[in-house]
Design a protein around this ligand. Sequence first.
Ligand code: ADP
Ligand code: MG
Length: 639
Amino acid sequence: MSCCNTNEDFTGPWWRFSPLRNALIAGLIALPAWILAQAGLIELTFAHILYWIAIPVGAWYWAQEGVKSLYEEHEIGISMLMVAATTGSGILGMWEEAAALVVLYGAAEGVEEYTFARTRTAIRALLDLAPKEARVIRKGEDVIIPAEELKIGDLFVVRPGESLPTDGKIMSGVSSLDESPVTGESLPVDKIPGMKVFAASINGQGVLTIEANKTFADNTLSRIIHLVEEAQDQKGKAQQWMERFGRRYSPLVLLTSALMLLVPWLLSADMSIWAVRAVILLVAAAPCALVISLPITMAAGIAGAGKRGILIKGGAHLEHLGIIDIIAFDKTGTLTYGKPRVTDIITRNDQQRSNLIALAYGMERHSEHPLARAIRNYGDSQKIDPVNVSNFKALTGSGIQADWDGTTWYLGNPGLFREREQDISQFEDQIASLQDEGKTVVLVGSEAGLQGLIAMQDILRENASEVIQSLHKQGIRTVMLTGDNTGTAQKIAEQTGIDDVRADLRPEDKVNAIKELLTRGHVLMIGDGVNDAPALATATCSVAMGAAGTDAAIEAADVALMADDLNKLVEVIHLGRKARKVSKQNIVFSVTVLALLIPLGVTGMISIAFTVLAHEASELLAVANGLRAGKVTTQKGKT
Ligand code: ADP
Ligand code: MG
């Protein structure tokens, strides 16, 4: 156990935090005693009596903790070193020093634990943004009920300027909503009936009637908070290493200090000098600042990200974000909006276009792919009824198949048909020219031959090239991995300035591409989190975009961006690098302090009192620096 073992949450005012309160009381007894004794206004013996009262009060929590970890976990922690140092000072009759140590260590420890607990729970303040009451419609009338009693399917009303008590779907009304508590994106989003809305979003001008689709306890905001809190318990490699180090280091300090008593005694040297130095070593060598360096940085980084709608699912992932060299982008839905529209339909021998669409619509009714949505939307807009297919199968990364009218039909990219050794030469020219325009072409056909083709176009995200440029400025290499054709992919690469393009990839090819990239550096893969799962899992770190409202994406990735905004990726990289920088600073700083205090202490160059002061001050500095990991400024000037 170390000097930062508080995993409990604390939300009250600081003076109610018991370790701090005790340090404060002990200080209020010891400091006047010291001043009065110095001024000669009280007897030294009386001052000592006051110190004897202050010491147990000030040491109450941390001494118990040290003894407990010795008995229960057989570990000598930093608190145990301090117990030994206090006892040693007392035996030497240095009661002033003993009291100073108890008060200052207790105070620094209290501040550290309090800050840590507050940082961990800071994210919970977000929950207060969701109102505690909901205005539900019961028997045609508005009734106010506690938000916790909302049931799935309840209709509730949100007036202008009010916040939403839970997630739901708009049944009536139009408005623009500020979704920043969930997505971290402060620009209001226009909403019309049928759209999803999230708890704690702030309603703009319209009155909305919303059907709850999550309970209060299970809404997106609660889930974010829950995940962020869980994430802080998952330690990265560096942090685990540091803990193991702490467990071995402290006993070593205690042993060295014991030898500093034993050896001079055996050699009949001047014991009074060596006893003081042995006590100084206990304090000088205690690695308090070092041990808190990483936990406070990770907790601050994860909580700060959470407030921006960026879910980092553990310290390990935050560590990884700091070392990324290459970013692999999925194309559809990541670089593009993922909302393609049908642009061209070409049929064989002037066959009815509506027949082709009816068939394609029928097949795509069962698919979740963005292209499927485009075809369905087109069918609806043309008022074409889909046919009823059976035996639907998704051919991930290339298309779909289904049975209709006694035949098995295929719908997918040209590669799917080439692989099946079908002749597609009659469409070859048209496919090539459509692809050159940056369109995605899918073919429809059976064993008997092709029926026709459907071309669709997706729109590149407005900020895609800006984001790619700013990643390049950070020295990051960018790569696009897509199952789409080379022509379309190339077109998007030109528009965005992305470094490298790999097209016509099946899901397993994407995995191999990531493996190859991993030989060149640490790879982050950003995708939609659903159909690219294997590639996401292979990368050093995976990011899912637009995760709010899609539970699968939140679960799948290491980092989930709630907003559907590519710019958040830049923020993520900033956060990772900041956390890495702050961790490094903290480690270098605390090791330097140890490297200075230990030799100075052992050679008797500094007093106990000075050592205690320097030691506690360095611990507080490490905490203050660690907190900076939660604050980053991006180019947009947002913090
Ligand atoms: P991306 O890597 O761009 O996200 P996918 O791997 O999801 O693309 O799909 C690759 C290609 O497979 C698509 O460009 C499309 O040609 C074809 N495809 C996959 N699923 C479907 C579907 N449901 N309908 C039509 N085409 C599909
Ligand atoms: Mg995709």
